[in-house]
Ligand binder design. Sequence first.
Ligand SMILES: Nc1ncnc2c1ncn2[C@@H]1O[C@H](COP(=O)(O)OP(=O)(O)O)[C@@H](O)[C@H]1O
Ligand SMILES: [Mg+2]
Length: 149
Amino acid sequence: MTHSYRLSTHSPEETQAVAKKLAAQLSAGDVLAMIGNLASGKTTFTQGLTSHYEVTEYALSPTFTYINEYHGKELDIIHIDAYRLNTGEELISMGIWEYYESNSIIIIEWADIVASAIPEDAFGLSFRAIEGEESGREILINSPRKLDL
Ligand SMILES: Nc1ncnc2c1ncn2[C@@H]1O[C@H](COP(=O)(O)OP(=O)(O)O)[C@@H](O)[C@H]1O
Ligand SMILES: [Mg+2]
């Protein structure tokens, strides 16, 4: 069963606060599949998540490197940007299954592009700008588990 949560945020800090709250409820092996246009807040959310795990590096969009690895206090976070990929097969050939089995938290931006390589029990996070509100974002979270958000 999927549990759905719809949140509105009004600043990057508020988006990061939502991410930190989610991060506290994640476990090793969880996969977060993010969709949403450019500048909708996917990387900002990731920064909130890495800060929960006390990652010292600043999370940057891995659009040019595809994959960034962050070493957090309790576990590693693998941050993938699929913007420049074309199919799930490409992600598989980059070794995504090893990451899924690595007991890290896996975050994938532009998950819709690589949908065939996303596990069925992944968290789905969808980001959208709120019309008429420059710093307004709507975040829809579909979770395989009940969450407190
Ligand atoms: N409520 C908000 N949540 C997240 N980002 C916001 C918000 N309001 C404004 N922003 C700005 O929007 C941009 C989001 O960019 P980013 O997180 O890189 O998006 P994406 O990774 O989806 O392309 C940043 O410049 C951020 O400061
Ligand atoms: Mg990004």
